[in-house]
Design a protein around this ligand. Structure first.
Ligand code: HEM
Length: 435
Protein backbone atom coordinates (compact mmCIF):
# COMPACT_ATOMS: atom_id res chain seq x y z
CA UNK A 1 0.00 0.00 0.00
CA UNK A 2 1.26 3.49 -0.85
CA UNK A 3 0.94 6.55 1.30
CA UNK A 4 0.01 9.89 -0.23
CA UNK A 5 1.63 11.87 2.59
CA UNK A 6 4.94 12.84 1.07
CA UNK A 7 6.16 15.53 3.49
CA UNK A 8 8.40 14.12 6.27
CA UNK A 9 6.89 14.45 9.74
CA UNK A 10 8.99 15.92 12.56
CA UNK A 11 7.86 13.32 15.11
CA UNK A 12 9.03 9.74 14.72
CA UNK A 13 6.32 7.30 15.72
CA UNK A 14 5.01 3.91 14.85
CA UNK A 15 2.51 4.38 12.01
CA UNK A 16 -1.02 3.73 13.19
CA UNK A 17 -3.25 1.45 11.10
CA UNK A 18 -5.39 3.25 8.51
CA UNK A 19 -8.60 4.79 9.87
CA UNK A 20 -11.98 4.17 8.32
CA UNK A 21 -13.17 7.02 6.12
CA UNK A 22 -16.23 8.69 7.81
CA UNK A 23 -19.28 6.90 6.43
CA UNK A 24 -22.57 8.26 5.22
CA UNK A 25 -25.42 6.51 7.06
CA UNK A 26 -27.58 6.14 3.92
CA UNK A 27 -27.50 2.69 2.27
CA UNK A 28 -27.36 4.57 -1.06
CA UNK A 29 -27.12 8.35 -1.31
CA UNK A 30 -28.06 8.79 -5.00
CA UNK A 31 -31.47 10.19 -4.10
CA UNK A 32 -29.94 12.51 -1.51
CA UNK A 33 -27.49 13.73 -4.15
CA UNK A 34 -30.34 14.41 -6.58
CA UNK A 35 -32.31 16.22 -3.87
CA UNK A 36 -29.39 18.30 -2.59
CA UNK A 37 -27.62 19.02 -5.89
CA UNK A 38 -24.44 21.07 -5.86
CA UNK A 39 -23.90 21.38 -2.07
CA UNK A 40 -24.16 17.58 -1.53
CA UNK A 41 -20.45 16.93 -0.84
CA UNK A 42 -19.79 20.22 0.98
CA UNK A 43 -22.70 19.80 3.40
CA UNK A 44 -21.83 16.24 4.29
CA UNK A 45 -18.14 17.06 4.70
CA UNK A 46 -19.12 19.86 7.08
CA UNK A 47 -21.34 17.58 9.11
CA UNK A 48 -18.55 14.98 9.37
CA UNK A 49 -15.94 17.69 10.09
CA UNK A 50 -13.81 16.03 7.39
CA UNK A 51 -12.62 16.68 3.82
CA UNK A 52 -13.46 13.09 2.98
CA UNK A 53 -16.36 10.70 3.51
CA UNK A 54 -17.51 7.48 1.95
CA UNK A 55 -20.95 6.67 0.67
CA UNK A 56 -22.73 4.61 -1.98
CA UNK A 57 -23.83 6.21 -5.24
CA UNK A 58 -25.63 4.36 -8.04
CA UNK A 59 -25.36 1.30 -5.74
CA UNK A 60 -21.54 1.41 -5.76
CA UNK A 61 -19.09 2.52 -3.08
CA UNK A 62 -17.79 6.06 -3.58
CA UNK A 63 -15.45 8.38 -1.70
CA UNK A 64 -16.18 12.12 -1.81
CA UNK A 65 -13.50 14.77 -1.35
CA UNK A 66 -13.55 18.53 -0.93
CA UNK A 67 -11.01 21.37 -0.62
CA UNK A 68 -7.69 22.40 -2.13
CA UNK A 69 -5.62 19.63 -0.45
CA UNK A 70 -8.07 17.04 -1.74
CA UNK A 71 -7.86 18.56 -5.23
CA UNK A 72 -4.06 18.29 -5.14
CA UNK A 73 -4.44 14.63 -4.18
CA UNK A 74 -7.10 13.91 -6.82
CA UNK A 75 -4.84 15.05 -9.67
CA UNK A 76 -2.03 12.66 -8.66
CA UNK A 77 -1.95 10.36 -11.68
CA UNK A 78 -0.07 7.66 -9.77
CA UNK A 79 -3.04 7.30 -7.45
CA UNK A 80 -6.06 7.93 -9.68
CA UNK A 81 -7.14 6.86 -13.14
CA UNK A 82 -9.94 7.99 -15.44
CA UNK A 83 -10.54 4.75 -17.37
CA UNK A 84 -13.86 3.32 -16.21
CA UNK A 85 -14.50 6.22 -13.82
CA UNK A 86 -17.44 8.05 -15.42
CA UNK A 87 -20.88 6.51 -14.88
CA UNK A 88 -22.40 5.03 -18.05
CA UNK A 89 -25.27 7.54 -18.01
CA UNK A 90 -22.70 10.33 -18.37
CA UNK A 91 -20.85 8.72 -21.27
CA UNK A 92 -24.16 8.03 -23.03
CA UNK A 93 -24.94 11.76 -22.99
CA UNK A 94 -22.40 14.36 -21.90
CA UNK A 95 -19.02 12.99 -22.94
CA UNK A 96 -19.44 9.97 -25.21
CA UNK A 97 -17.26 6.85 -24.79
CA UNK A 98 -13.66 6.80 -26.03
CA UNK A 99 -12.93 10.53 -25.88
CA UNK A 100 -9.99 12.14 -24.09
CA UNK A 101 -11.71 12.32 -20.69
CA UNK A 102 -11.59 8.56 -20.08
CA UNK A 103 -7.94 8.01 -21.10
CA UNK A 104 -4.81 7.66 -18.99
CA UNK A 105 -1.05 7.63 -19.53
CA UNK A 106 0.52 7.98 -22.99
CA UNK A 107 -2.78 7.81 -24.91
CA UNK A 108 -4.20 10.61 -22.79
CA UNK A 109 -1.05 12.71 -23.13
CA UNK A 110 -1.04 12.40 -26.95
CA UNK A 111 -4.77 13.14 -27.33
CA UNK A 112 -4.61 16.04 -24.89
CA UNK A 113 -1.59 17.54 -26.69
CA UNK A 114 -3.54 17.35 -29.96
CA UNK A 115 -6.53 19.17 -28.44
CA UNK A 116 -4.32 21.75 -26.77
CA UNK A 117 -2.60 22.43 -30.10
CA UNK A 118 -5.93 24.00 -31.15
CA UNK A 119 -5.74 26.47 -28.28
CA UNK A 120 -2.87 28.73 -29.32
CA UNK A 121 -3.30 32.41 -28.39
CA UNK A 122 -3.81 33.26 -32.10
CA UNK A 123 -6.55 30.66 -32.54
CA UNK A 124 -8.27 31.69 -29.29
CA UNK A 125 -8.18 35.34 -30.42
CA UNK A 126 -9.62 34.37 -33.81
CA UNK A 127 -12.64 32.68 -32.22
CA UNK A 128 -13.10 35.42 -29.63
CA UNK A 129 -13.01 38.12 -32.33
CA UNK A 130 -15.51 36.19 -34.45
CA UNK A 131 -17.90 36.14 -31.49
CA UNK A 132 -17.38 39.90 -30.93
CA UNK A 133 -18.58 40.52 -34.50
CA UNK A 134 -21.54 38.20 -33.96
CA UNK A 135 -22.60 39.97 -30.73
CA UNK A 136 -22.90 43.13 -32.79
CA UNK A 137 -24.70 41.62 -35.79
CA UNK A 138 -27.02 39.52 -33.59
CA UNK A 139 -27.70 42.68 -31.53
CA UNK A 140 -29.02 44.31 -34.67
CA UNK A 141 -31.36 41.37 -35.23
CA UNK A 142 -32.44 41.32 -31.56
CA UNK A 143 -33.44 45.02 -31.88
CA UNK A 144 -36.34 43.87 -34.01
CA UNK A 145 -37.55 41.26 -31.51
CA UNK A 146 -39.92 41.97 -28.64
CA UNK A 147 -37.67 40.00 -26.28
CA UNK A 148 -34.93 37.38 -26.43
CA UNK A 149 -33.78 34.57 -24.11
CA UNK A 150 -30.07 35.14 -23.67
CA UNK A 151 -29.22 31.48 -22.98
CA UNK A 152 -30.75 30.34 -26.28
CA UNK A 153 -29.31 33.19 -28.33
CA UNK A 154 -25.83 32.89 -26.84
CA UNK A 155 -25.81 29.16 -27.60
CA UNK A 156 -26.72 29.78 -31.22
CA UNK A 157 -24.14 32.53 -31.55
CA UNK A 158 -21.39 30.35 -30.07
CA UNK A 159 -22.38 27.31 -32.17
CA UNK A 160 -22.17 29.35 -35.36
CA UNK A 161 -18.82 30.83 -34.36
CA UNK A 162 -17.18 27.59 -33.21
CA UNK A 163 -18.34 25.52 -36.21
CA UNK A 164 -16.96 28.12 -38.59
CA UNK A 165 -13.71 28.29 -36.57
CA UNK A 166 -13.40 24.49 -36.45
CA UNK A 167 -14.09 24.01 -40.18
CA UNK A 168 -17.38 22.17 -39.62
CA UNK A 169 -20.14 23.27 -42.01
CA UNK A 170 -23.29 24.50 -40.26
CA UNK A 171 -25.89 25.55 -42.86
CA UNK A 172 -28.29 28.21 -41.53
CA UNK A 173 -31.22 25.81 -41.93
CA UNK A 174 -29.58 23.28 -39.55
CA UNK A 175 -28.15 25.71 -37.02
CA UNK A 176 -31.04 25.65 -34.52
CA UNK A 177 -31.33 21.83 -34.51
CA UNK A 178 -27.56 21.23 -34.22
CA UNK A 179 -27.27 23.85 -31.47
CA UNK A 180 -30.23 22.23 -29.71
CA UNK A 181 -28.43 18.87 -29.74
CA UNK A 182 -25.16 20.34 -28.45
CA UNK A 183 -27.10 22.09 -25.67
CA UNK A 184 -29.00 18.89 -24.86
CA UNK A 185 -25.73 16.99 -24.26
CA UNK A 186 -24.87 19.42 -21.48
CA UNK A 187 -28.35 19.55 -19.98
CA UNK A 188 -28.68 15.76 -19.84
CA UNK A 189 -25.28 14.84 -18.32
CA UNK A 190 -26.65 14.42 -14.80
CA UNK A 191 -30.33 14.01 -15.69
CA UNK A 192 -32.69 11.16 -14.97
CA UNK A 193 -35.79 10.09 -16.91
CA UNK A 194 -36.92 11.90 -20.03
CA UNK A 195 -34.13 14.49 -19.99
CA UNK A 196 -31.57 11.67 -19.95
CA UNK A 197 -33.16 9.95 -22.96
CA UNK A 198 -33.37 13.23 -24.87
CA UNK A 199 -29.62 13.49 -24.27
CA UNK A 200 -28.99 9.94 -25.53
CA UNK A 201 -30.81 10.72 -28.80
CA UNK A 202 -29.06 14.08 -29.12
CA UNK A 203 -25.70 12.34 -28.72
CA UNK A 204 -26.52 9.80 -31.45
CA UNK A 205 -27.44 12.60 -33.87
CA UNK A 206 -24.44 14.74 -32.88
CA UNK A 207 -21.97 11.84 -33.27
CA UNK A 208 -23.40 10.99 -36.71
CA UNK A 209 -23.08 14.62 -37.79
CA UNK A 210 -19.52 15.04 -36.43
CA UNK A 211 -18.54 11.59 -37.82
CA UNK A 212 -19.74 12.62 -41.29
CA UNK A 213 -17.58 15.76 -41.09
CA UNK A 214 -14.52 13.67 -40.07
CA UNK A 215 -15.14 11.24 -42.97
CA UNK A 216 -15.52 14.14 -45.42
CA UNK A 217 -12.29 15.77 -44.19
CA UNK A 218 -10.45 12.46 -44.57
CA UNK A 219 -11.59 11.76 -48.11
CA UNK A 220 -11.21 15.37 -49.31
CA UNK A 221 -14.88 16.31 -49.70
CA UNK A 222 -14.24 18.93 -47.02
CA UNK A 223 -10.97 20.85 -46.97
CA UNK A 224 -10.58 22.65 -43.66
CA UNK A 225 -7.39 24.67 -43.14
CA UNK A 226 -4.56 22.66 -41.55
CA UNK A 227 -4.93 24.40 -38.16
CA UNK A 228 -8.71 24.02 -37.90
CA UNK A 229 -10.05 21.54 -35.35
CA UNK A 230 -11.71 19.34 -37.98
CA UNK A 231 -8.42 18.90 -39.89
CA UNK A 232 -6.28 18.38 -36.77
CA UNK A 233 -8.61 15.76 -35.26
CA UNK A 234 -9.23 13.97 -38.59
CA UNK A 235 -5.49 13.46 -39.16
CA UNK A 236 -4.52 12.69 -35.53
CA UNK A 237 -2.85 9.34 -34.94
CA UNK A 238 -2.81 7.25 -31.77
CA UNK A 239 0.63 6.55 -30.16
CA UNK A 240 0.68 3.21 -32.12
CA UNK A 241 0.43 5.14 -35.42
CA UNK A 242 -3.21 4.27 -36.26
CA UNK A 243 -5.65 7.05 -37.12
CA UNK A 244 -8.45 7.63 -34.63
CA UNK A 245 -11.51 5.50 -35.13
CA UNK A 246 -14.09 7.68 -36.92
CA UNK A 247 -16.50 7.59 -33.96
CA UNK A 248 -13.79 8.47 -31.45
CA UNK A 249 -12.65 11.33 -33.69
CA UNK A 250 -16.27 12.51 -33.80
CA UNK A 251 -16.43 12.38 -30.00
CA UNK A 252 -13.30 14.50 -29.63
CA UNK A 253 -14.57 16.95 -32.26
CA UNK A 254 -17.72 17.23 -30.14
CA UNK A 255 -15.40 17.76 -27.13
CA UNK A 256 -14.55 21.09 -28.78
CA UNK A 257 -17.99 22.08 -30.14
CA UNK A 258 -20.15 21.06 -27.15
CA UNK A 259 -18.25 22.85 -24.35
CA UNK A 260 -17.89 26.00 -26.45
CA UNK A 261 -21.68 26.12 -26.70
CA UNK A 262 -21.80 25.42 -22.94
CA UNK A 263 -20.03 28.72 -22.31
CA UNK A 264 -23.49 30.25 -22.99
CA UNK A 265 -24.42 29.12 -19.47
CA UNK A 266 -21.58 31.10 -17.92
CA UNK A 267 -22.52 34.07 -20.13
CA UNK A 268 -26.08 33.86 -18.79
CA UNK A 269 -24.67 33.76 -15.25
CA UNK A 270 -22.58 36.84 -16.09
CA UNK A 271 -25.73 38.66 -17.25
CA UNK A 272 -27.43 37.70 -14.00
CA UNK A 273 -24.44 38.98 -12.01
CA UNK A 274 -24.47 42.30 -13.91
CA UNK A 275 -28.18 42.60 -13.17
CA UNK A 276 -27.88 41.75 -9.47
CA UNK A 277 -24.74 43.86 -8.95
CA UNK A 278 -25.37 47.08 -10.88
CA UNK A 279 -22.23 48.59 -9.35
CA UNK A 280 -20.14 45.99 -11.17
CA UNK A 281 -21.97 46.86 -14.39
CA UNK A 282 -21.29 50.61 -13.93
CA UNK A 283 -17.62 50.00 -13.13
CA UNK A 284 -17.17 47.75 -16.15
CA UNK A 285 -18.87 50.26 -18.41
CA UNK A 286 -16.48 52.99 -17.25
CA UNK A 287 -13.38 50.83 -17.62
CA UNK A 288 -12.90 47.20 -18.48
CA UNK A 289 -9.66 46.85 -16.49
CA UNK A 290 -11.46 44.45 -14.14
CA UNK A 291 -13.27 42.40 -16.77
CA UNK A 292 -10.97 39.42 -16.11
CA UNK A 293 -11.68 39.61 -12.34
CA UNK A 294 -15.42 39.77 -13.04
CA UNK A 295 -15.29 36.74 -15.34
CA UNK A 296 -13.21 34.75 -12.83
CA UNK A 297 -15.69 35.55 -10.06
CA UNK A 298 -18.60 34.42 -12.25
CA UNK A 299 -16.79 31.11 -12.82
CA UNK A 300 -16.08 30.75 -9.08
CA UNK A 301 -19.46 31.83 -7.73
CA UNK A 302 -21.97 30.28 -10.13
CA UNK A 303 -22.40 26.51 -10.22
CA UNK A 304 -21.58 24.55 -13.37
CA UNK A 305 -20.23 21.02 -12.93
CA UNK A 306 -20.66 19.95 -9.29
CA UNK A 307 -17.79 17.44 -9.23
CA UNK A 308 -15.38 15.37 -11.33
CA UNK A 309 -14.91 11.62 -11.09
CA UNK A 310 -11.92 9.25 -11.05
CA UNK A 311 -11.10 5.75 -9.72
CA UNK A 312 -8.41 4.76 -7.23
CA UNK A 313 -5.60 3.21 -9.28
CA UNK A 314 -4.11 1.29 -6.35
CA UNK A 315 -4.61 1.18 -2.56
CA UNK A 316 -3.15 4.15 -0.70
CA UNK A 317 -3.56 6.05 2.55
CA UNK A 318 -4.24 9.79 2.82
CA UNK A 319 -4.53 11.57 6.17
CA UNK A 320 -4.70 8.15 7.74
CA UNK A 321 -7.68 7.08 5.59
CA UNK A 322 -7.52 4.06 3.35
CA UNK A 323 -8.53 4.46 -0.31
CA UNK A 324 -9.19 0.98 -1.72
CA UNK A 325 -8.24 0.22 -5.32
CA UNK A 326 -11.01 0.70 -7.95
CA UNK A 327 -13.20 2.84 -5.63
CA UNK A 328 -14.91 5.69 -7.45
CA UNK A 329 -13.87 9.12 -6.09
CA UNK A 330 -15.73 12.41 -6.55
CA UNK A 331 -13.90 15.71 -6.18
CA UNK A 332 -16.17 18.58 -5.14
CA UNK A 333 -15.70 21.48 -7.60
CA UNK A 334 -18.56 23.59 -6.29
CA UNK A 335 -17.61 23.33 -2.61
CA UNK A 336 -13.88 23.82 -3.27
CA UNK A 337 -14.63 27.06 -5.12
CA UNK A 338 -16.53 28.21 -2.04
CA UNK A 339 -14.26 26.81 0.65
CA UNK A 340 -13.84 29.41 3.44
CA UNK A 341 -10.28 28.12 4.04
CA UNK A 342 -9.36 29.37 0.56
CA UNK A 343 -11.81 32.25 0.02
CA UNK A 344 -12.93 35.06 2.34
CA UNK A 345 -16.72 35.47 2.37
CA UNK A 346 -17.01 32.72 -0.24
CA UNK A 347 -20.78 33.11 -0.61
CA UNK A 348 -20.49 36.76 -1.64
CA UNK A 349 -19.96 37.87 -5.24
CA UNK A 350 -16.76 39.96 -5.08
CA UNK A 351 -14.81 40.21 -8.36
CA UNK A 352 -12.09 42.27 -6.68
CA UNK A 353 -10.87 39.22 -4.81
CA UNK A 354 -9.20 38.20 -8.08
CA UNK A 355 -7.10 41.40 -8.27
CA UNK A 356 -4.39 39.86 -6.11
CA UNK A 357 -5.24 36.20 -6.51
CA UNK A 358 -1.98 34.21 -6.59
CA UNK A 359 -3.28 31.76 -9.22
CA UNK A 360 -3.32 28.55 -7.17
CA UNK A 361 -4.59 25.76 -9.49
CA UNK A 362 -6.25 23.77 -6.67
CA UNK A 363 -8.37 26.36 -4.85
CA UNK A 364 -10.20 27.60 -7.96
CA UNK A 365 -11.39 24.62 -9.96
CA UNK A 366 -14.59 25.36 -11.92
CA UNK A 367 -13.04 23.56 -14.89
CA UNK A 368 -10.92 21.05 -12.96
CA UNK A 369 -7.50 21.44 -11.32
CA UNK A 370 -3.83 20.71 -12.01
CA UNK A 371 -1.81 21.57 -15.11
CA UNK A 372 -3.27 21.81 -18.60
CA UNK A 373 -0.84 19.55 -20.46
CA UNK A 374 -0.25 16.73 -18.03
CA UNK A 375 -3.54 16.56 -16.19
CA UNK A 376 -7.22 16.35 -17.06
CA UNK A 377 -7.78 20.03 -16.43
CA UNK A 378 -10.14 21.56 -18.99
CA UNK A 379 -8.46 22.13 -22.36
CA UNK A 380 -10.78 25.05 -23.05
CA UNK A 381 -10.28 27.18 -19.94
CA UNK A 382 -8.44 30.03 -21.67
CA UNK A 383 -10.95 29.98 -24.51
CA UNK A 384 -13.83 30.08 -22.00
CA UNK A 385 -12.33 33.15 -20.32
CA UNK A 386 -11.80 34.88 -23.69
CA UNK A 387 -15.37 34.18 -24.86
CA UNK A 388 -16.78 35.36 -21.55
CA UNK A 389 -14.76 38.58 -21.62
CA UNK A 390 -16.09 39.37 -25.09
CA UNK A 391 -19.65 38.61 -23.96
CA UNK A 392 -19.34 40.79 -20.84
CA UNK A 393 -18.07 43.66 -23.00
CA UNK A 394 -21.06 43.14 -25.32
CA UNK A 395 -23.49 43.13 -22.39
CA UNK A 396 -22.00 46.23 -20.77
CA UNK A 397 -20.88 48.33 -23.74
CA UNK A 398 -22.15 47.12 -27.13
CA UNK A 399 -25.77 46.51 -26.12
CA UNK A 400 -28.41 48.17 -23.98
CA UNK A 401 -31.43 46.22 -22.80
CA UNK A 402 -34.15 46.01 -20.16
CA UNK A 403 -34.58 43.08 -17.82
CA UNK A 404 -38.32 42.43 -17.43
CA UNK A 405 -39.78 40.63 -14.38
CA UNK A 406 -38.98 36.92 -14.71
CA UNK A 407 -37.89 33.92 -12.66
CA UNK A 408 -34.18 34.46 -12.11
CA UNK A 409 -33.85 31.94 -9.30
CA UNK A 410 -30.93 29.50 -9.57
CA UNK A 411 -32.04 26.06 -8.37
CA UNK A 412 -29.00 24.27 -6.96
CA UNK A 413 -30.75 20.92 -7.35
CA UNK A 414 -30.75 21.26 -11.14
CA UNK A 415 -27.48 20.33 -12.87
CA UNK A 416 -26.38 22.38 -14.72
CA UNK A 417 -27.93 25.27 -12.81
CA UNK A 418 -28.67 28.78 -14.03
CA UNK A 419 -31.39 31.41 -13.90
CA UNK A 420 -34.67 29.55 -14.49
CA UNK A 421 -35.89 31.93 -17.21
CA UNK A 422 -32.66 31.66 -19.21
CA UNK A 423 -32.38 35.47 -18.74
CA UNK A 424 -34.95 37.32 -20.82
CA UNK A 425 -33.85 40.66 -22.29
CA UNK A 426 -36.28 43.20 -23.68
CA UNK A 427 -35.77 46.28 -25.89
CA UNK A 428 -32.27 45.22 -26.90
CA UNK A 429 -30.42 47.97 -28.74
CA UNK A 430 -26.94 48.27 -30.22
CA UNK A 431 -25.31 51.38 -28.78
CA UNK A 432 -24.28 53.92 -31.39
CA UNK A 433 -20.76 55.38 -31.47
CA UNK A 434 -20.41 58.18 -28.88
CA UNK A 435 -23.45 57.04 -26.83
C1 HEM B 1 -18.58 26.27 -19.81
C2 HEM B 1 -17.31 26.22 -19.76
C3 HEM B 1 -16.58 24.97 -19.38
C4 HEM B 1 -16.64 24.25 -18.22
C5 HEM B 1 -17.48 24.55 -16.98
C6 HEM B 1 -15.73 23.14 -18.36
C7 HEM B 1 -15.47 22.22 -17.38
C8 HEM B 1 -14.62 21.15 -17.52
C9 HEM B 1 -14.34 20.18 -16.52
C10 HEM B 1 -14.91 20.19 -15.09
C11 HEM B 1 -13.51 19.27 -17.03
C12 HEM B 1 -12.98 18.00 -16.37
C13 HEM B 1 -11.78 18.23 -15.54
C14 HEM B 1 -11.33 16.94 -14.90
O1 HEM B 1 -11.75 15.86 -15.31
O2 HEM B 1 -10.52 16.98 -13.99
C15 HEM B 1 -13.24 19.65 -18.39
C16 HEM B 1 -12.46 18.93 -19.27
C17 HEM B 1 -12.34 19.24 -20.58
N1 HEM B 1 -12.79 20.36 -21.23
FE1 HEM B 1 -13.88 21.84 -20.40
N2 HEM B 1 -15.16 23.20 -19.61
C18 HEM B 1 -15.65 24.29 -20.27
C19 HEM B 1 -15.30 24.74 -21.52
C20 HEM B 1 -14.52 24.04 -22.39
C21 HEM B 1 -14.20 24.47 -23.73
C22 HEM B 1 -14.61 25.81 -24.32
C23 HEM B 1 -13.48 23.47 -24.31
C24 HEM B 1 -12.88 23.38 -25.67
C25 HEM B 1 -13.20 24.13 -26.68
C26 HEM B 1 -13.34 22.42 -23.32
C27 HEM B 1 -12.70 21.22 -23.53
C28 HEM B 1 -12.45 20.28 -22.55
C29 HEM B 1 -11.75 19.04 -22.78
C30 HEM B 1 -11.20 18.55 -24.11
C31 HEM B 1 -11.67 18.38 -21.54
C32 HEM B 1 -11.02 17.04 -21.24
C33 HEM B 1 -9.60 17.25 -20.73
C34 HEM B 1 -8.94 15.96 -20.32
O3 HEM B 1 -9.61 15.00 -19.94
O4 HEM B 1 -7.70 15.93 -20.35
N3 HEM B 1 -13.99 22.80 -22.18
N4 HEM B 1 -13.92 20.82 -18.67
Amino acid sequence: MMTAQRRPTTQQHVPSPPRRVPRDHWPDATLALVRTGYPFIQRRCRSFGSDVFSTRLLLQPAICLTGADAARLFYDRELFQRAGAAPARMTRTLTGAGGVQGLDGARHAARKAMLLSLMTPARIDALAEATARLWESCGERWQRAEAIVLLDEARLLLARAVCDWAGVPLPAADAAARTGDLGELIESGAALGLRHWRGVLARRRAERWAGAAIAAARDGRLQPAADQALAVIARHREPDGRPLDERVAAIDLLNILRPTVAVARFITDAALALHTHPRCRDELRRSDDDVRCFVQEVRRYYPFFPFVVARVRRDFVWRGYRFPQRTRVLLDLYGTNRDPRSWQHPDEFQPRRFRDWPGDPFTFIPQGGDGFEEGHRCAGEWLTIALMEIAVRALTSTLTYDVPPQDLRVDLRRIPAGPASGFIMRRVRVRQAGE
